[in-house]
Design a protein around this ligand. Structure first.
Ligand code: SF4
Length: 296
């Protein structure tokens, strides 16, 4: 399998909303496009202008460029990975572009906040542990259903949910701060009491530190058409329901938002998992500072 290379001027982008999103200071994408096939993927929206989204391309000299950019940064910080493309795509196994980038972050004193749906992330657990201890690190396994059959249908080309829970366990046991990014929540599909309870319980059993949700999904031009086409093949009546409830809305919150949020909070509290963004950021950064968390 050959991968196309594309030229890139820059790898890191400044991110100014870290207090609202996992304490991130910079974002980076080493690849363009993603072939995991999630039917709800926001990154395929035409607003981002990624043509032929399902075809993965790698940025030429990505590791070299990243090293140059990191060494010229006056401020160290947390680098977010996985916003527009999953860095653990099938090419990464051979190319190791993500792995080398993590080594650079470790060696140059940067932290990491990485989101993925692939269990390939466990390959890099030692590097991630070192980053976590030195500068702060958090790994978010994106899991939106506890049911592997559902995950096979809506995320057809990536590890099923049970494998992602297993990845969390392996990372946690290696000393990496890992948990569940429960987003998106698909209205009328995954916004059920059973899903919330199962996911939080399975997160706990996997030694996750947190479960974070945003209680809905986005739908925009390009993304909406793709989602409806794939959803129609699974259940045409659901498409009609979405159209009736959300029309052209960008943010599509579950109609059960209040109940869902209350249940998630209660279940996380029951199992001792974090779920508030500020608590999650504090906990993983504190771990990176080498200090013990204290109640007093
Ligand atoms: S893994 Fe992430 S970037 Fe890739 S298709 Fe799924 S949601 Fe989109």
């Amino acid at each position: 399998m050959k991968i196309e290379e594309i030229t890139a001027k820059q790898i890191l982008q400044k991110f100014n909303h870290g207090n609202m999103w996992f304490g991130i200071d910079y974002n980076m994408n080493l690849y363009r496009g993603c072939n995991h096939g999630c039917i709800y993927c926001d990154s395929r929206s035409s607003v981002y202008g990624i043509e032929d989204f399902d075809r993965v391309r790698v940025k030429q000299d990505a590791n070299l460029l990243l090293n140059q950019e990191l060494t010229t940064k006056r401020r160290k910080g947390i680098v977010g990975i996985g916003a527009m493309s999953d860095s653990y795509n099938p090419f990464e196994k051979r190319l190791k572009v993500t792995q080398r980038s993590l080594e650079s972050l470790r060696d140059l004193g940067f932290g990491v906040a990485l989101a993925t749906k692939s269990d390939l992330v466990v390959r890099d657990k030692e590097i991630l542990r070192e980053i976590s201890q030195r500068s702060g690190g958090i790994i978010k396994l994106s899991i939106i259903s506890s049911d592997d059959e559902i995950s096979r249908k809506i995320e057809p080309h990536v590890a099923v949910s049970s494998k992602r829970f297993a990845a969390i366990k392996e990372l946690s046991q290696a000393g990496v701060f890992a948990g569940v990014l429960l987003t998106p929540t698909l209205p009328f599909i995954t916004d059920t009491e059973k899903e919330v309870k199962n996911i939080v319980r399975m997160a706990y059993e996997s030694q996750a530190k947190f479960v974070y949700s945003m209680y809905g999904m986005t739908l925009r031009e390009g993304q909406r058409e793709y989602f409806y086409e794939k959803l129609a093949a699974l259940n045409p009546s659901l498409v009609k329901k979405y159209q009736a409830v959300y029309g052209d809305n960008y943010v599509c919150e579950t109609p059960y938002r209040q109940e869902y949020e209350a249940l998630l909070n209660a279940e996380c509290q029951r199992y001792g998992l974090l779920t508030k963004m500020s608590d999650i950021i504090y906990a993983y950064k504190e771990k990176g500072s080498g200090q013990q968390l204290s109640l007093f």
